[in-house]
Design a protein around this ligand. Structure first.
Ligand code: BG6
Length: 325
C-alpha cells in the first residue's frame, strides 16, 4: 500500500471508486471496512466523481477499483484526487496499467487475464482483496487478535468454498432455465447483500438481456412490490444472519402475490412451506458472506445467456475496457 501503519491509522474515512461491477464490489469493500475497522466507508461510481466537483479530504483514503486499469472514468477520478492532494490506492488486475501507474500504492489482484467483457474472477478477487484490506485496517484499529484470526481463517477457506459452489453448477444451470424465461426480474438483498443484488441484476442484464433491477429488500414494500405478479421473477439473497427472519418475511410477501422466487441462501435458513427454488452456498463469516453469495448470481446470468443463445463473452453494445468518456 506504500502507507505505514501510522499513516493508515490517520485516515478517518475510506471511499471506493469504480465503474459497473467494480463500483458494486467497492460497496462490498466499504461495508467490510465499516464492519471490521469501524471506519466510515462508502463507494460511488467513478464515472460521476469529477463532474460533481468532489471535496477531496486529506484524511480520506481513496481506493480505485479496476480490472483493466484502463477505464477512462476511473483514471480521471484518480487525476482529480491527485490534483487536489488526496491519497489514492488502487485495486487493479492488470500489472503496469495506466491506473496502476498513477496511484500512490495499492493491491495487484493477480487474477490472471480476464477475457469476457463481464467481470467475474476479477470481481471475486477484488472482494477478497477488500476482505484483506478491511482485516488490515481493522487490526490497526479495534479489531481484536481473536476476531482477526477468525476473519483470516475464513479468508483462507474461501477458495475451497468457491470450488464447492462451482461443483453445484448443474443445479444452478437448471434454475437458470427458469430465469431465461423471465422478461423482468428483481434482485433483492439487505445491507451487506444489497451490492450482491446489484451485481446480480447487472450481470443478468449485461449477458442475458433479461431486464433486471436491484432493490434493498427493505425497500420492496415502499414501491416495487406493486410490480410483483406471476410474470415477475425475484432473486432474493437470504443469508443465515441476524436479518434472516426479515428476509424470509419479504420472500413470503412476494410469494403471496404470486411472484416466483429463487433464493440464494445458506443451508440453515428455513423457508418452511414457502415454495421457492433454493441455491445453497457454503457459510463463511458474516462479514465475508457476499464473496460467496455473489458467485451463483454470475452462474445464473451465464447459464441464462447460454439458454438464450447469447455470446456470454462478448455481449452486444459493451466493451471490456472503456478507455473513452
Ligand atoms: C465495464 C465492464 O464496461 O467496465 C464491466 O463491462 C467492468 O465488466 C467495468 O466491471 C469496469 O472495468 P474495469 O476494467 O475498470 O474494472
Amino acid at each position: 500500500l506504500n502507507l505505514s501503519p501510522r499513516e493508515l491509522r490517520a485516515f478517518r474515512r475510506v471511499k471506493f471508486l469504480g465503474c459497473g461491477s467494480a463500483y458494486y464490489v467497492g460497496q462490498i469493500g466499504a461495508q467490510m471496512i465499516e464492519d471490521l475497522a469501524r471506519i466510515p466507508a462508502d463507494a460511488e461510481p467513478a464515472s460521476e466523481f469529477r463532474y460533481r466537483n468532489p471535496i477531496i479530504e486529506p484524511d480520506t483514503l481513496y481506493v480505485v477499483v479496476s480490472q483493466s486499469g484502463e477505464t477512462a472514468d476511473t483514471a480521471f477520478a484518480v487525476l482529480e484526487i491527485k490534483r487536489k492532494g488526496g491519497t489514492v490506492i488502487g485495486a487493479v488486475n492488470v500489472v503496469g496499467s495506466t491506473i496502476a501507474r498513477e496511484v500512490d500504492g495499492g493491491i495487484y489482484l493477480h487474477a490472471g487475464p480476464e477475457i469476457a467483457v463481464a467481470s467475474t474472477k476479477a470481481l471475486t478477487n477484488m472482494a477478497m482483496a477488500f476482505g484483506m484490506l478491511a482485516l488490515h485496517l481493522g487490526r490497526l484499529h479495534d479489531l481484536s487478535y481473536a476476531d482477526g484470526e477468525r476473519i483470516s481463517n475464513a479468508l483462507k477457506a474461501i477458495p475451497e468454498q468457491i470450488q464447492a459452489i462451482l461443483d453445484s453448477e448443474p443445479a444452478i444451470a437448471a434454475i437458470a432455465q427458469r430465469v431465461a424465461k423471465a422478461e423482468n426480474a428483481f434482485f433483492i438483498g439487505r445491507v451487506r447483500q444489497y451490492p450482491v443484488a446489484r451485481e446480480g441484476a447487472q450481470k443478468l442484464k449485461e449477458i442475458s438481456y433479461v431486464h433486471a433491477e436491484a432493490y434493498p429488500t427493505s425497500e420492496l414494500k415502499h414501491g416495487p412490490l406493486a410490480l410483483i405478479d406471476p410474470a415477475m421473477l425475484t432473486v432474493a439473497v437470504v443469508p443465515d444472519d441476524e436479518l434472516a427472519s426479515r428476509n424470509i418475511a419479504a420472500v413470503e410477501q412476494v410469494r403471496a402475490r404470486g411472484g416466483e422466487v429463487v433464493a440464494i441462501t445458506h443451508e440453515a435458513v428455513e423457508f418452511g412451506t414457502i415454495a421457492i427454488e433454493r441455491i445453497v452456498v457454503p457459510k463463511t463469516e458474516p462479514e465475508l458472506d457476499p464473496i460467496l453469495l455473489i458467485i451463483p448470481t454470475q452462474l445464473l446470468a451465464y447459464h441464462a445467456a447460454l439458454v438464450l443463445g447469447h455470446d456470454v463473452d462478448k455481449p452486444r453494445n459493451l466493451a471490456k475496457s472503456v478507455t473513452v468518456e
